[in-house]
Design a binder for this molecule. Sequence first.
Ligand SMILES: *Cc1c(COP(=O)(O)O)cnc(C)c1O
Length: 455
Amino acid sequence: MRTGSPEPSALHSIARKHEDGRMTTPTDGIGPKSRALNEITARLFPGGVSSPVRAFRGVGGEPPVIASAKGALLTDVDGREYVDMIGAWGPMILGHGHPEVEDAIIARIKRGIMTGTPSPDEADLGQLVVEMLPAVERLRFVVSGTEACMSALRLARGATGRNKVIKFEGCYHGHADAFLASAGSGALTFGTPDSPGVPPDVARDTIVVPYNDLEAVKTAFAENAGEVAALFVEPVTGNMGLIEPGEGFLAGLRSVCDEQGALLVFDEVMTGFRVHRGGAQALYGIKPDLTTFGKVIGGGLPVGAYGGRSDLMAQIAPEGAIYQAGTLAGSPVAMTAGYQTLSVLRREGVFEQIAATAARLAAALADEARAAGVPATGLSVGGMMGLWFADSAPSNLAEAQATDLERFRRYHGLMLDRGVHLPPSPFEAWFVSLAHDEAIVDRILTAHRDALSAL
Ligand SMILES: *Cc1c(COP(=O)(O)O)cnc(C)c1O
């Protein structure tokens, strides 16, 4: 169902995930009930969805409408079952309906859903985050990753008295105005808005440079000396597909920020508790000034957070003058989901099992593809993985765009028909959970072999 008009503008990295909604899928396998519901939602919601990438515009075809989820499996309204490689875009690191998480949420609901007062649940989750990430000395809970990044930027600007922000091409930091800017074709130009509705004056303060290019970062700082409040980075990228930071890249960013008096902000909304128990900052041994969270921190309920140096966090209202607030922030039920999820994740062997599954799956998928004559590169970082149809892994957005995207689109449809629900875009990481056991991995590999023969 393509009743909506195409996206009005290219939303930079985001848009690339769902540009070209007119693609035809190799097979169009969704069932009649999903199809009927998609017709209704197309009338109700822009693109039929509550968030753009869910609409399958990056791959063509229509999404199955999911009625329930358990473990590593999704079941759609037609009763078809899929192995879930989306994991709610990251949060479901323990799989769906983990008994301890489910029980804790239900018990908490019975004691009241929301009071808008301090609750013990905030302290529990806050304490756990601070223990797991030593660079986060204090934090503030919000309800989404977007809000976390937007608030961290305000704090950086307020604390430094500077306005500009440097970000990387293809990195996503939520949909706040300041982050919806790209450099167009050339690096190091000032941002132009990537979406109608973003004032050019706002975008102008955003400087966009290519990922993994430390020289470009240095040049950007040199050209804007004394004006840059913060540099935001996805320390491992997920929003242009899985791309690893090159040797010394993150450490280089740390030094440049120190030299320039700018704050280094790790956007760990996706990587936090996902690439390592202690996030990318633990994996690569870098201490950012501020960190943003979302996704896993809420275990599937709406939680975001930003935190870091206590001298910076002391500047947030009501202790300091930088204002940020939220009616539903710190929801006890959401705090409970996050606390239980992180508590299980912390247990001996749990994270290791998830990471080992991701590594084995990424390697096996790429090996089988190459054996079938399809150029492919698999990679994983902790519980995040990716499969690129290319001879080597890309290191930035331009290289990611040069991989075989058309092949991914076909592959996605073939896998969906064979009961594996991959993220509907070549520019998304895949998420492995604790529930992805041997049997699930075998199911994925069987579907993969079969898809390769039709690819
Ligand atoms: C998902 C994501 C966001 C935005 O989080 P929302 O909860 O969708 O608002 C920001 N940054 C990164 C790195 C993300 O992956």
